[in-house]
Design a protein around this ligand. Structure first.
Ligand code: EPZ
Length: 421
């Protein structure tokens, strides 16, 4: 079985180039189903989830041509709705974007239930609410498929989401982009990857305004044409490597980032005493000589503190001085990383949605698991700053969302390698 082996204790110093954003790349790949002609997508991260998305649309009849490790040409003219292979769809959460893309393209959809990180129940009631407002009859009663059809055709509508949902907002945009008339999405999620999807579709000729705010207005366009588009950098990957500098008392410059997307992460690192310098599309985190201060974190939808940075900060709080807390406001089961960090000596108490961290000087190496994608990043960070050797199992989960994490960390001085045992 492939594992990651880390001999901890090295301070990490140097530069890391950030890859394209996983959670922007996947909806944009599926959005190509709405577009006629060739789409040239650049800055794709070379990660498992993106490879699965490309394989799914290829199995549906799209033409996918890899131009290099981060660029692809996609033509979905020959794609057939309802034909996404179940064994691939069930591997990733983002497959549920096929619902919106198929409704928008074919007026009907049939998609296997998605997979993805297990944080407890991850309902899709808001996705269904959006589709139904647009005139689709949806049936999610099966424990295998979600099916939907618009017998009288889809129509524009006003959608008001009961809660802020990234996925439901993205699915409503995909379903409504080509519907004649004006669709308004209220209480929309504001994440940068939603703005990236809207920018991609607008480059193809759509008319989507207000993405990044809580109200999105879509004037549907009958036909969208292929374009060339570059995916935004991954703010979660970027934040993960800033924490690596802080945790190992090193100094890392991350390049190809949009500092604005990192604001809440950077603010929390500065509150902990880490020196941050922003230079154009680069950010430097200097953790040398820093005694990490305890902080309180509450995860919230963007622009609040991102839940996807919670586990990684859990590692940093475990070695900060004093007592810190994290209140998780998005997923009830996001704390599974705590058990793995506890094997390395971390003193974490979890009660409902709150975790308390009693910081210790050093973690110690152990054999741990990647229980989900960001928990996997947390144990990598823990191995980097622990005394001794750490072995990480289930590394395929980390490879879902981090492009060449072992290579990137090795390049800044980490003693990290894949081993087979
Ligand atoms: C996306 O998940 C991301 N995944 C997650 O990243 C991220 O943690 C999350 O957004 C929040 O930012 C992808 O983009 C593939 P939500 P998503 O709908 O869309 C509840 C990672 O590590 N909810 O915003 O599923 C839901 O249960 C992954 O990259 C409903 O109740 O998140 C959750 O509590 C992990 N009903 C909250 O809303 C719904 O219909 C936010 O979920 C939809 C969501």
């Amino acid at each position: 079985m492939k594992k990651i082996k880390i001999i901890g204790g090295n301070s990490l110093n140097g530069e890391i180039a950030i890859s394209g954003m996983k959670n922007a790349a996947m909806p944009i790949i599926y959005a190509c189903l709405l577009v006629k002609g060739d789409c040239y997508i650049d800055n794709l991260p070379d990660i498992r989830d993106v490879r699965i998305c490309l394989e799914i649309i290829e199995n549906m009849g799209a033409k996918v041509e890899r131009l290099n490790e981060s660029s692809v040409k996609i033509n979905c003219d020959g794609a057939v709705g309802g034909s996404a292979p179940s064994e691939l769809v069930s591997k990733i959460r983002a497959s549920y974007y096929l619902l919106g893309a198929e409704l928008g393209r074919f007026g009907k959809t049939k998609v296997t239930l998605p997979g993805g990180c297990n944080f407890g129940s991850r309902p899709i009631d808001q996705h269904l609410k959006g589709f139904r407002a647009l005139g689709a009859v949806m049936d999610a009663s099966s424990d295998e498929y979600v099916v939907g059809e618009a017998p009288d055709g889809l129509h524009s509508a006003n959608i008001f989401f009961d809660l802020v949902s990234v996925g439901a907002t993205i699915n409503a945009i995909l379903a409504a982009a080509c519907i004649e008339g004006t669709t308004i999405i209220d209480n929309a999620a504001r994440e940068p990857h939603i703005v990236d999807l809207a920018n991609f579709l607008n480059t193809c000729g759509a008319d989507i305004r207000g993405a990044g705010t809580e109200t999105i207005k879509i004037n549907g366009k009958k036909e969208l044409r292929g374009c060339s588009y570059t995916i935004i950098p991954d703010m979660i990957e970027a934040g993960t490597y800033l924490i690596a500098a802080a945790a190992t008392k090193g100094c890392i410059k991350i390049t190809n980032v949009i500092p604005k997307h990192l604001e809440s992460t950077v603010a929390k690192l500065e509150e902990m005493g880490v020196k941050i310098i922003e230079e154009g599309e680069s950010v430097i985190a200097d953790g040398r000589e820093v005694v990490l201060k305890p902080v309180a974190i509450k995860t919230r939808p963007y622009p609040g503190f991102p839940t996807d940075m919670h586990p990684q900060f859990g590692t940093l709080l475990s070695i900060a001085s004093g007592e810190s807390t994290v209140i998780e406001g998005i997923y009830e089961k996001r704390f599974k990383y705590a058990d793995e960090l506890a094997r390395m000596g971390a003193r974490i108490t979890v009660q409902n949605e709150r975790a308390s961290f009693k910081g210790i000087a050093r973690l110690h190496g152990a054999t741990v698991r990647a229980t989900d994608l960001r928990a996997g990043a947390a144990v990598v960070l823990a191995g980097l700053c622990a005394d001794g050797v750490t072995y990480i199992e289930d590394v395929h989960i980390i490879e879902r969302g981090y492009d060449d994490i072992v290579g990137k960390l090795k390049n800044v001085g980490a003693d990290i390698e894949y081993i087979d045992c």
